[in-house]
Design a protein around this ligand. Structure first.
Ligand code: ADP
Length: 259
């Protein structure tokens, strides 16, 4: 497992709903090296969000091993998991999850406030820098309802970045955006990954979006491991890609099969 930022072995998650057991994740293994940008795809119900929650220390597995930067975090107490989330992991969700009556700047400052020990002036400076880095230096005082969906998602990305995490988890981050805005958001992820080496795990059901990651793993329904194979993409596109979209950088290795 050495050399991996994330090393997951045989991870299982079973939800108990009254007397019914829901096996959401069965024996998943994954290694993520520094600098990777991975798209996780799979059919609805295959456990993608469950896996993201486990990687993000929002929940604990039923069994299996999860090492983050060499530390076994699978069974840490909730308090320790919260500290890891705050310091090491940034989250971006489909629904943006911004506080509505709060400016972009204040939304982005929040994780620093939770972290504690950072003065107001420094919080503001770091939040401004994070917003600038996603192209929103001129929207600091705007509230979410004064911004477009794409701008709101960029605020959410700035909020995820402001603590300087090693890992960014994005769960369907383009699910509420039109295709052009989606690509703008993915461009930001690509830049953060290429220029700052930020590790990004992106869950998406959109094959067009998955192609902008540098590698691609599938979560096959009822299968045991995340699959990756190398070769030119054989993913079918349902519609022709417009010229402005074709010109963007895509990965070359994208073949995956479901068992
Ligand atoms: P995906 O993100 O790939 O659509 P999920 O991880 O959301 O899949 O769900 C995987 C399976 O686990 C589904 O059958 C879902 O109904 C079930 N599930 C997810 N969360 C819970 C929960 N909190 N309690 C019970 N079952 C859940």
């Amino acid at each position: 497992m050495s050399g991996s930022l994330i090393a997951v072995r045989d991870l299982n998650k079973t939800y108990q709903l009254g007397e019914v057991e829901v096996k959401a994740l069965r024996g998943v293994s994954l290694d993520v090296a520094p600098g990777e940008f991975i798209a996780l795809t799979g059919p609805s119900g295959s456990g993608k969000s469950t896996f993201m929650h486990l990687l993000g220390c929002l929940d604990r597995p039923t069994s299996g091993r999860y090492e983050l930067r060499g530390r076994d975090v699978a069974n840490l107490p909730k308090r320790d998991l919260a500290a890891i989330r705050n310091r090491e992991i940034g989250f971006v969700f489909q629904g943006f999850n911004l506080l509505p009556r709060t400016s972009a700047l204040e939304n982005v400052e929040l994780p620093l406030l939770y972290a504690g020990g950072i003065g107001a002036k420094q919080r503001k400076q770091r939040a401004k820098a994070a917003l600038k880095s996603v192209g929103l230096g001129n929207r600091l005082e705007h509230h979410p309802n004064q911004m477009s969906g794409g701008q709101q998602q960029r605020v959410a990305i700035a909020r995820a970045l402001v603590t300087d995490p090693v890992l960014l988890l994005a769960d369907e981050p383009t699910g509420n955006l039109d295709s052009r805005t989606s690509i703008e958001v993915i461009d930001i992820f690509q830049r953060l990954n290429a220029e700052h080496g930020l590790i990004i795990l992106l869950v998406t059901h959109e094959s067009d979006i998955a192609q902008y990651a540098r590698s691609h793993r599938c979560v096959p329904r009822r299968s045991r491991a995340l699959r990756q194979s190398i070769g030119r993409s054989k993913t079918r596109r349902h519609r022709p890609r417009p010229a402005w979209l074709r010109s963007r950088r895509t990965v070359e290795s994208l073949t995956c099969r479901f068992s």
